[in-house]
Design a protein around this ligand. Structure first.
Ligand code: NAD
Ligand code: DAU
Length: 360
């Protein structure tokens, strides 16, 4: 039985990954989820699997070397999937320090703990051990409108403090591969969407606001482009890289689904109109008049677009869920989980929203 150590498993992608892995491998794997439960970590996301005997949750900060060392002392780990991070660009512009601590020092702590457990006296590693560092396309910076793609060989050119912290952590992983022969992969994925995404991010924020008749804030001219991928396709890619990837390599993950932010907002509004039954009071709230152009994000990257050629050619990964289907699944999930949304938007979220957007 392989043991996976997943960091940040109570967040958006981490929790979807854990569900994906239990659906795929059932009781033939064991998962240890290490998460310190920041505002973005939510054990609700894992309610259905929390009682499984092959699932263990540890409320631990990845920067806490002693606690991390203890976990490695008590468990022989086969796979590490490192999601834990501060992940929201707007928060990194307001408060960069925590991004550097978690994303850089936290990654270093995880690498050292894994190296200590896996390295043999002759400098080689125990067989079949793998560390996958989950990173982002934002490390490549920004592309001009309609021109070019990010390849694994593209220059690293981060702009936001978030992207700079992720680029730094990528470089540290690469240094461990190059210097110590450490068995790691780096994956750089495009924008994810799907169930359990925290409503500070564009898609769940727009769904939630539209259902409540609240303004839909569009930064700048709304023509910035992001390349959207349904979260299960990301989970599938991570699993495939772990099992079929070449150690030490970087793999881009993306599904060629580039859309302007304003297009995304119109698709969400149209899909909500289509999916909400007549007579549902929320349907009256859905209106294009909610769209509100607001001050642009500082240093706002114009366009992201991933070239997934390498992962397709070497590993055979391709996305399965196209945007039209994925956005319907996502909206259906939010319809069915109104309580989840209510819980995560109570408390601190209201303050964050007021500070960020200047309205309630
Ligand atoms: P998220 O913010 O939803 O979740 C982050 C999780 O990490 C939370 O559960 C949080 O509690 C935990 N965490 C934060 N600091 C921690 C610490 N010091 N110790 C332990 N746990 C800590 O993030 P997400 O959107 O799920 O992103 C997960 C990873 O994927 C991140 O590394 C991010 O950079 C990367 N990524 C995200 C996207 C995206 O579109 N969301 C795309 C590509 C890559
Ligand atoms: O590209 C991968 C990255 O995608 C991940 O590494 C990050 O963790 C993740 O947060 C995401 O970053 P973005 O900044 O692209 O996502 P966000 O949802 O914050 O914003 C998407 C686009 O929408 C971006 O161009 C900014 C814009 N936006 C966002 C919000 C929250 C708005 O116009 N209005 C908003 O209110």
């Amino acid at each position: 039985m392989k043991t996976y150590l997943v960091t940040g498993g109570a967040g958006f992608i981490g929790s979807n990954f854990i569900h994906y892995m239990f659906r795929k491998y059932g009781d033939t794997i064991r998962i240890i989820n290490v998460d310190c439960l920041t505002y973005a970590g939510n054990l609700e996301n894992l309610r259905e699997i929390e009682d499984k005997p092959n699932y263990i949750f540890k409320k631990v900060d990845i920067c806490d070397e002693d606690a991390i060392t203890r976990i490695f002392g008590e468990n022989e780990i086969d796979r590490i999937v490192h999601f834990a991070a501060e992940s929201h660009v707007d928060r990194s512009i307001r408060n960069p320090n925590v991004f550097m601590k978690t994303n850089v020092i936290g990654t270093l702590t995880m690498l050292n703990a894994a190296k200590n457990q896996w390295e043999l006296p002759d400098g080689s590693y125990k067989p079949d051990k793998r560390f996958l560092h989950v990173s982002t396309d934002e490390v490549y910076g920004s592309l001009p409108d309609g021109d070019g793609y990010f390849y694994e060989t593209s220059p690293i050119d981060p702009h936001s403090p978030y992207a700079a912290s992720k680029a730094s952590s990528d470089f540290i992983v690469k240094a461990y591969v190059d210097t110590f022969g450490f068995p790691a992969f780096i994956t750089n994925c495009s924008n994810n969407y799907g169930p359990y995404q925290f409503p500070e991010k564009l898609i769940p924020l727009i769904i939630n606001n539209a259902l409540h008749g609240k303004q839909l804030p569009v930064y700048g001219d709304g023509k910035n482009v992001r390349d959207w991928l349904y979260v299960d396709d990301h989970a599938k890619a991570i699993d495939m890289v772990l099992e079929k990837g070449r150690l030490g390599e970087r793999y881009n993950i993306g599904g060629h689904n580039e859309k302007q932010n304003i297009e995304i907002i119109h698709i969400i509004l149209d899909t909500l109109r289509e999916m909400l039954p007549d007579g549902d009071p929320r349907k009256q709230n859905i209106s294009d008049n909610l769209i509100s152009y607001v001050e642009d994000r500082k240093g706002h990257d114009r366009r992201y677009a991933i070239a997934p050629d390498k992962i397709k050619a070497e590993i055979g990964w391709e996305p399965e869920i196209m945007f039209e289907e994925g956005i319907k699944k996502t909206i259906a999930w939010f319809f069915e989980h109104e309580d989840w949304m209510k819980n995560v938007t109570s408390g601190d979220y209201a303050k964050y929203y007021q500070d960020m957007y200047g309205v309630k």
